[in-house]
Design a protein around this ligand. Structure first.
Ligand code: HEC
Length: 102
């Protein structure tokens, strides 16, 4: 029980560090993209997903709303415990890198 909490603490402080430097409202902010990728690395999303599973040709997602819902689903299924702004950071990262929803 102790370890996951420690891990979460490390994750959160890492994120706070990044968001202090990034401007969350700026869509093309590369710091923010980096933070999104890092959050996914730390949560180990890619043990189930590959780049292919986020590729336009494979997706079941039809909108940004869909995408956000699914990120929240995976987050809660895995008990990652991301806050809303972290979910948004990851959604931004995925959208700008793979999905390109408007
Ligand atoms: C235990 C395996 C597993 C892990 C780990 C996992 N996911 Fe998923 N994810 C799935 C499955 C299964 C689906 C497909 C759900 C469906 O089709 O209804 C999915 C679908 C998705 C999709 C939609 C893919 C598409 O375009 O159709 C996104 C985005 C996503 N996950 C994000 C994440 C994120 C972010 C994480 C890390 C917090 C994560 N996933 C970790 C199993 C996983």
């Amino acid at each position: 029980m102790k370890n996951p909490l420690l891990l979460l603490g490390a994750l959160l402080s890492a994120f706070t560090f990044h968001s202090a430097q990034a401007t969350p409202s700026s869509q093309s902010d590369s710091n923010n993209l980096h933070a999104g990728k890092q959050l996914m690395d730390q949560a180990r999303c890619m043990r189930c997903h590959s780049v292919m599973s986020f590729h336009a040709g494979y997706t079941k997602m039809e909108s940004l709303g869909n995408l956000k819902k699914q990120v929240k689903l995976c987050d809660s299924n895995l008990k990652v415990g991301w806050f809303d702004d972290e979910v948004d950071t990851v959604v931004d990262y995925l959208n700008q890198t793979y999905y390109h929803f408007k």
